[in-house]
Design a protein around this ligand. Sequence first.
Ligand SMILES: C[S@@+](CC[C@H](N)C(=O)[O-])C[C@H]1O[C@@H](n2cnc3c(N)ncnc32)[C@H](O)[C@@H]1O
Length: 243
Amino acid sequence: MANEYIYPDINDQITLSLINKTELIAGSWEQDELSILAWIKEKLSHLDPDKAVLLDGGCGDGRLLPHFHSFFKKIYAIDPDSNRLSKAAETSRKLGIEEKVVFINAALEECEFELQFDVIISSHIIQHVQRHLVDKILSGCFKHLKPGGYLFLMTSYSTKSADYYVKDYFAENNFVEEEISPELFDSMVSNSEGILPVHFFSRQSLVELFQNNFLVITYMQIFHNTKNNPNGRDIFVAAEKPI
Ligand SMILES: C[S@@+](CC[C@H](N)C(=O)[O-])C[C@H]1O[C@@H](n2cnc3c(N)ncnc32)[C@H](O)[C@@H]1O
């Protein structure tokens, strides 16, 4: 499946600048991320590595492959941005695991698989897709998970009672974050102006999304407390497909 999509944050320049400007102390963003990955690894340690199959839905440059590959026999790594997917393929070659990774250049909501996965990871994806696709992505995760399978999802978190939307960009080399309307967010999801639109999900809207798609939430953790988002900028949701 060929794809024209290019993730607007080329080489993660906007995100890196956000981290530099807003993390509480140097390295705290990374430490928070690692503590979520450690939680996931503990769960994965109960799987049979000779059988388990992972879908890394929106793998980007393969950042998670070094953390998770040893828990799986086979990994399907998908991303609609072919450049980022090539970097993921390079990562897998460096790790010597290219034989067990299948790379697919596609968006999560477009994918149809014959098999069902033991685990689906969707790390920092749904905040960057048009609103109407989020439910489609969750229903695809339900469909493509084995009964009893795990979904691990990270996304941007709204500490307000409702969702909100921002655009992140550089103005005169400074990182800027500006609130925008949901309609503008949808229209900007794919742009070549160096603007990264982000959807912040409230707890309530995430709970509804998971419930509507019959996925049972087992754990939630807010993380990435920053100067701009002292009560947390991101949320981790672990869920299971009932048996
Ligand atoms: C913030 S990066 C996260 C990458 C990786 N999951 C990680 O945690 O490092 C967002 C990624 O989402 C991908 N993406 C955007 N729309 C997507 C979609 N509809 N389905 C799957 N991935 C998507 C982008 O191409 C980009 O690689």
